[in-house]
Each structure stands twice: as structure tokens, then as C-alpha cells.
Design a protein around this ligand. Structure first.
Ligand code: TYD
Ligand code: MG
Length: 453
């Protein structure tokens, strides 16, 4: 038995110390340093084959580097491909984070089941039977997906050698443990060690590895921050558990843009890809309801029409309530102050509730004008005509400001059958031959008189 050693690790950044300190000197956080068991020993994670181990790299001029066309593995899931930037890059390590129950395991199992390549799905959280039950609901007849329930990395590598998979999925990195570190699974040193072993395996065999990562209370991925530095791509799966829509975002991507976004709908038989999100986010009732307005927003690279609902009512208590779902409450307060000051609306004694339908959250400032229109529509109890939508930011002086990529927003609105759109006067519009009527406004007063007379 080798001598047991301990060291101190910062839970925030992963820095290592020989003795306890109150403040981590590398990330400056207080009380994040804890003691963990480590055992330094000759380690044998993924065994490098002898020729790769001996390969010494030497500097090359940029034009000398061979550029064989980068081949990406198609995941046969349009949304997942889009977020990755066109598919999985061989040898890439992808980390997928998200709240418990949002559907991380479902998403990856579903992709693994439908792939025509050999996939090894390693689960440390569920038994083979439980996974089989889930698989039966999603895609019962899968030929190429192997399920392994194992948490020890050395055993996982042994199985990898036996099955020789094209893609490996690990659910989740926090459940893995390596024999060469003595601390508990999920601790900083274990996560770091297991990830390092998997990176070594991925890079040497050119096999893409997808890891599932738990997130902490404040929404960041549990484990050291360096975990995010170590992997090539960090994806986040988010969505309100009470709603069916889920959004897949990329937070870091070494092989593509981080602006892309994937949208799914959680159904009884797994996740359905949503290729035209605007249609589902707008309610299709024909009643003329006051308090709703449609905004043309851009999420990632995709234009998206969303519905904003506002309810303005007389405050019962002294302090009026302001509550939002899917929208920044501070921004709402700012817009209410602008309305009060610039448009003479006395909203100080009113409760204001704002909701973005579909359970998605939006921080695009281009929905400001629609928010204002929804609030006023509820306050005046006058509905906004069905074919009307908005795409503009509102400034503190009550001016209507231009937004980026307005052409794309107008095209999306027109595609979905809208007949009128309100934008800023200062927005340059390059479109010709549009059927949609474009109102170009400079102040909120103009919009108010136009809509509510
Ligand atoms: P899961 O993938 O287990 O979440 P995570 O791994 O992120 O913790 O997803 C669990 C939720 O998904 C669960 O609340 C039920 C729901 N679900 C469906 O609605 N339909 C399905 O076909 C499956 C497999 C799950
Ligand atoms: Mg899970």
C-alpha cells in the first residue's frame, strides 16, 4: 500500500496548495480551498501506443501544415450538428452541462441510439435496465449502441479497447473515479484526473468523447473551472422544467461559432428537434386579447418570433409588484420609468407582470418595443392587431433605437405572415420588394399614437 498523501485544492479554479490557505492566491476566492486525498504513483490511464508516444512534434511554417479536409462526424441530429458547428470533430472532447432533469441523458442517449456508428454510452448514474427502459421509449431497435455501467476509468478504457467505439459518451464526469487518485468521485482532483485521462484517449485515438457535467446552484459546471479550459467544446442545455422547450447553447467552441442555438421539444418519446421555432412560440388563438405583443428577436444566429404577455392591474398593496418570467426585471423597471417620464403614463400605482411565453428567456434588447406595447395594450385594454410585430430597442430618452440584423428580423416576420413591423427610423434596411409594411419610428409617442390612437 502506497503512502497516502493529501493536498489542498481550490474548488473554484483547481489550484493546488501544500497547506490550507483562506484565500486562493490564483483566483482570489475565499474559503474555497479544501483538503483532498491524492496518491502520487506511476500512473497508467489510457495506454499510449508506442509509436504515438515517441512522436516528437517539431515547428512547421503555417503553409507546411497539411490541411486534409477536416472531416466531421455527422450526429444525425440537425440541432446538435448546428450547435457543434457542423458535427463532431474527431478527437474532440465535448462537455454538456445542465440542470438536473433538463434532459441531458435523454439527449445524448437519443443521439447515441440513432447513430450508424458504434457508440459506447457509459453511465455511472443509471443501471443498464433503467437505460434500456428509456431507450425503448426513444428508439427501440438500435444496432450500434453499447451501454456500459461503470465508474472506474481503468475499466472503461478496458471496455473501450474491447468494443472499439467511434464515439464515447460519459454520463457523467462527476461519477467517474480513477484508481490513481484516492479522493472521492466528484472531487476536484478526481474530475481533473479523469478528464485528463479521457483527453489523452480522445486525442490519441481521434475518437470524440462527449461528457455530461452537473452544474452547481449558481449555474456553472461543477468541478474546477479548468475543466472548461481542458475540453474543446462546452455546451449548455437549458429550459424550464415545467415547459417542454429546451435550448442547447454553445458556451465555448474551439471548432465553430458559439452563436448557434439548438431548440428541442421534450415529448413522451424523447426530444424532438424543432426546426422552425417561431411557429410554436406564438399562440394561435384568434381571440383579440389585450396585453400581448409579438417581437422579432434573434437568438444565436436564428431569428425567432416570440410572444410577450403583460398584465397591468391596480396595486392592492402600497408597493406595486413587478414580476417577470423570461425577461430581466431591471430592464422592465427601466422601461416603466421611461414610459412614466416620456409618455406620461402613470404606472407607479400599478402591478405589472410580464411573461415571455414558451418558457424561454430572452435578453435581446430588440424586444423592448414589444414589451412596451404589451404593457400599454394591457393598461389601455386595447388589443394590438394580429399582423403587427416589433423589433426595436428603447432608450432612456424614449427614443427608438436601431437593432442589429434588422433585415433578418423583417424577413422572419414576413415569412410567418406578419403584415406590419415597427422598427427604428435610424435602422438601415437593405431589403427590397418586401410585402410587409415597415413603420419607421423615432419616438415611443409615435408608436403609441399609431397603435392606441
Ligand atoms: P434526463 O435526461 O434524465 O435529465 P438529466 O440527465 O439532465 O438529469 O431527463 C429527465 C426528464 O425528461 C424527466 O423529467 C422526464 C423527461 N422525459 C420525457 O419527458 N420523455 C422521455 O421520453 C424521456 C426519456 C424523458
Ligand atoms: Mg442524467
Amino acid at each position: 500500500m502506497a503512502k497516502v498523501k493529501t493536498a489542498y485544492f481550490c474548488q473554484n479554479c483547481g489550484a493546488q496548495y501544500a497547506k490550507w490557505v483562506g484565500q486562493c492566491s490564483s483566483c482570489k476566492q475565499w474559503n474555497t480551498v479544501v483538503e483532498e486525498l491524492v496518491q502520487k504513483e506511476e500512473k497508467q490511464g489510457w495506454k499510449s501506443s508506442s509509436n504515438t508516444a515517441k512522436k516528437v512534434s517539431k515547428p512547421l511554417r503555417v503553409h507546411e501544415i497539411s490541411t486534409d479536409k477536416e472531416t466531421r462526424l455527422n450526429t444525425f441530429d440537425l440541432e446538435f450538428n448546428r450547435v457543434l458547428g457542423g458535427g463532431l470533430v474527431p478527437g474532440a472532447l465535448v462537455l454538456l452541462g445542465g440542470e438536473p432533469g433538463v434532459g441531458k441523458s435523454t439527449l445524448l442517449l437519443q443521439i447515441a441510439l440513432k447513430l450508424p456508428y458504434t457508440t459506447l454510452y457509459v453511465s455511472g448514474e443509471e443501471s443498464q435496465k433503467q437505460i434500456k427502459m428509456r431507450a425503448d421509449r426513444i428508439h427501440p431497435n438500435s444496432e450500434n449502441c453499447y451501454i456500459l455501467t461503470e465508474t472506474k476509468t481503468q475499466n472503461i478504457f478496458r471496455q473501450i479497447e474491447a468494443t472499439d467505439p467511434d464515439i464515447v459518451v460519459i454520463d457523467s464526469i462527476q461519477t467517474l473515479h480513477s484508481d490513481y487518485i484516492e479522493s472521492a468521485a466528484g472531487s476536484i482532483s478526481q474530475i481533473r484526473e479523469c478528464t485528463a485521462e479521457l483527453i489523452k484517449f480522445a486525442k490519441e485515438t481521434n475518437t470524440p468523447v462527449i461528457l455530461i457535467g452537473h452544474i452547481t446552484k449558481d449555474g456553472s459546471i461543477a468541478g474546477p473551472k479548468i475543466l472548461e479550459h481542458m475540453v474543446d467544446t462546452v455546451l449548455q442545455f437549458e429550459g424550464d422544467r415545467n415547459y417542454v422547450y429546451r435550448i442547447l447553447r454553445s458556451l465555448k467552441n474551439r471548432f465553430g461559432s458559439t452563436a448557434e442555438l439548438g431548440i428541442y421539444e421534450m415529448q413522451g418519446g424523447g426530444l424532438r428537434q424543432v426546426n422552425n421555432p417561431s411557429e410554436i412560440l406564438i399562440s394561435k388563438n384568434d381571440e383579440k386579447l389585450s396585453g400581448t405583443a409579438i417581437a422579432s428577436t434573434i437568438e444565436g444566429m436564428r431569428p425567432l418570433m416570440i410572444e410577450i404577455q403583460a398584465l397591468v392591474s391596480t396595486a392592492v398593496y402600497g408597493t406595486p409588484q413587478r414580476s417577470t418570467t423570461g425577461y430581466n426585471a431591471k430592464r422592465l423597471n427601466m422601461l416603466l420609468a421611461v414610459l412614466e417620464k416620456r409618455a406620461g403614463f402613470k404606472l407607479g400605482a400599478k402591478d405589472v407582470f410580464l411573461n415571455i411565453t414558451g418558457g424561454i428567456s430572452v435578453d435581446d434588447p430588440a424586444i423592448d418595443l414589444a414589451v412596451i406595447a404589451a404593457i400599454l395594450s394591457s393598461n389601455e385594454d386595447i388589443h394590438i392587431e394580429k399582423g403587427v410585430c416589433f423589433a426595436a430597442e428603447v432608450g432612456l430618452a424614449g427614443e427608438i433605437r436601431p437593432v442589429q440584423r434588422v433585415d433578418q428580423r423583417i424577413i422572419e416576420a414576413e415569412k410567418l405572415g406578419f403584415t406590419e413591423i415597427y422598427v427604428s427610423k435610424n435602422n438601415k434596411i437593405g431589403l427590397k420588394n418586401t410585402k410587409i409594411q415597415i413603420h419607421r419610428c423615432s419616438r415611443i409617442e409615435d408608436v403609441v399614437s399609431d397603435l392606441f390612437g
